[in-house]
Design a binder for this molecule. Structure first.
Ligand SMILES: [Zn+2]
Length: 488
């Protein structure tokens, strides 16, 4: 009962749209944010009654503005999460005016869901999500109004989407991607957290390199208001993942527009009175010019460069490796004193487990063969002989990589290893493990590498720690390898 009274109240809320059609209205932006981020909306969690109310609020505006509805008679695109929780994206369309280009779509989206509320000491604590992402929705509704008023300038069609269930793992955008004829989607933009322009003094456009000539296209936009644009080639951090993700994974150019992570992120203090409405208005106007420009651009095509946080690469990659190098063995006393360098060969398997866009962990297992020239002073022989060692080698490294491109990147690795010598021979004479050759080794290794998909080229330096921890300090075995790995 209470809910329906509330619904009527806010649907009765001024749906009167101002006459200005070239610039956004800060008062309307303010109204949208205050409504969606009010305590009565209880944090708009996906599937909640208040989530549905938010969707109705947005759809009412889409209707008032005159957007074409996604379904024949509804702006809602329903989908289920956790098998039985009903959620809905709100989708409106403006058709392009060019007879050919109107087949192509630009999607401008923002998520409207947030993370709900909790009960703390018998009181309700609402996560209002004003910046995240009532700000993006306010901009989306005003952008819809401006684009509709200036639709004669649109060549491509524009699909405006208020996504649900972003906070549950980008589920609304994932569902939309599964339903669309993707060959018609030329660009996707997500406005997520755009309410802190004054504080950040920057508007970030992340992912511009995913669109061919993206940077130049944006620089060409006729926009005169003072706006400090910061273009970044790719989206880089997993923590800022937004609805661009599933589009980017389908090789659709995708941009994330944001003023950054300056609001009290996922805290109850992310409130409407903290939002910079003047800044939000400038950003909305910029998005208007941006969308017109992109819709008119001769071609919008994928650059074949991917956002680092949208890899199609598996979380776990498997690799085959092979390496050649130099190894140096020295026993400070006994039969192999004055040991020398020899060549070494290594072959084996590796796993590359991605932690985030810039860190991976890499366990490896390989067979190593080393041979060392022994000096004639060795008590085993009277002339130069070779010592053959075979061992199993188990390094574990943490890899830190560059993130500006997914297919070519440089990395450094740091880790440790354990190795077990299972055979040692001079000529055909087997040596006693433990007595002559101590079989257990461990140490540190670091590496420098270059990944040119699908191959890793890497130099590896291995330092024996054995002498540090054993009082007899009788062995030292360092090595250098040049390694090639094929990563699946
Ligand atoms: Zn968000």
């Amino acid at each position: 009962m209470k809910k329906s009274v509330f619904l009527c109240t806010f649907l009765g809320f001024s749906l009167i749209l101002t006459a200005y059609t070239q610039t956004s209205d800060p008062q309307l932006l303010r109204q949208h944010v205050y409504t969606l981020a009010s305590d009565s909306m209880r944090g708009r969690s996906a599937g909640s009654q208040e989530g549905l109310l938010s969707a109705i609020y947005i759809a009412q505006y889409f209707k008032e503005i005159g957007l074409i509805s996604y379904e024949q008679d509804s702006y809602f695109q329903y989908f289920l999460i956790n098998q039985n929780i009903k959620c809905q994206n709100v989708i409106g369309i403006i058709e392009g005016k060019d007879s050919l280009l109107k087949q192509e779509y630009i999607i401008i989206g923002a998520h409207y869901d947030h993370i709900g509320y909790r009960i703390k000491e018998n009181a309700i604590e609402v996560y209002n999500g004003a910046d995240d992402n009532a700000s993006g929705i306010a901009a989306l509704i005003e952008l819809a109004r401006l684009l509709k008023a200036n639709e004669h300038q649109l060549k491509r069609s524009v699909m405006l989407v208020a996504f649900d269930a972003e906070e549950r793992g980008l589920l609304g955008s994932k569902f939309l991607v599964s339903q669309l004829p993707l060959q018609h989607i030329k660009l996707m933009v997500s406005m997520d957290m755009v309410g802190y322009y004054k504080k950040s003094n920057k508007l970030f456009i992340k992912g511009v390199a995913t669109l061919k000539d993206g940077k130049t296209n944006i620089q060409d936009i006729a926009f005169t208001a003072p706006l400090n644009l910061r273009m970044q080639n790719f989206e880089k951090t997993l923590f800022a993942a937004t609805d661009t993700r599933y589009f980017a994974m389908e090789n659709i150019p995708a941009f994330h527009i944001t003023t950054g992570m300056l609001s009290p992120y996922h805290k109850p203090q992310d409130d409407a009175d903290e939002i910079d409405y003047e800044g939000l208005s400038i950003i909305t106007d910029f998005m208007h010019s941006f969308t017109l420009r992109m819709s008119q651009n001769e071609s919008l095509s994928y650059s074949h460069r991917r956002n680092a946080i949208h890899p199609k690469d598996k979380v776990v990659a498997f690799g085959l490796l092979s390496a050649f190098g130099m190894s140096h063995l020295r026993y400070t006393q006994g039969a192999f004193a004055k040991g020398r360098s020899g060549w070494a060969y290594k072959g084996g398997l590796l796993l590359q487990i991605r932690i985030n866009s810039y860190l991976s962990i890499r366990p490896e297992c390989s067979y190593t063969y080393e041979n060392f020239y022994q000096p004639s002073t060795s008590s085993y022989t009277s002339h130069i002989e070779k010592l053959h060692l075979q061992s199993l080698y188990f390094p574990l490294s943490l890899l830190l990589r560059t993130t500006f491109d997914e297919s070519i990147y440089a990395y450094v690795g740091l880790g440790g290893y354990y190795s077990y010598v299972f055979s040692a021979k001079i000529r055909n004479q087997k040596l006693s493990l433990v007595q002559d050759i101590y079989p257990h080794r461990y140490g540190l290794q670091y590496s420098l590498g270059l990944h040119i998909a699908p191959v890793n080229i890497e130099s590896i330096f291995r330092f024996d720690l054995y002498p540090l921890f054993h009082h007899d300090k009788s062995i030292k075995n360092n090595a250098f390898f040049l390694q090639l790995a094929y990563v699946f």
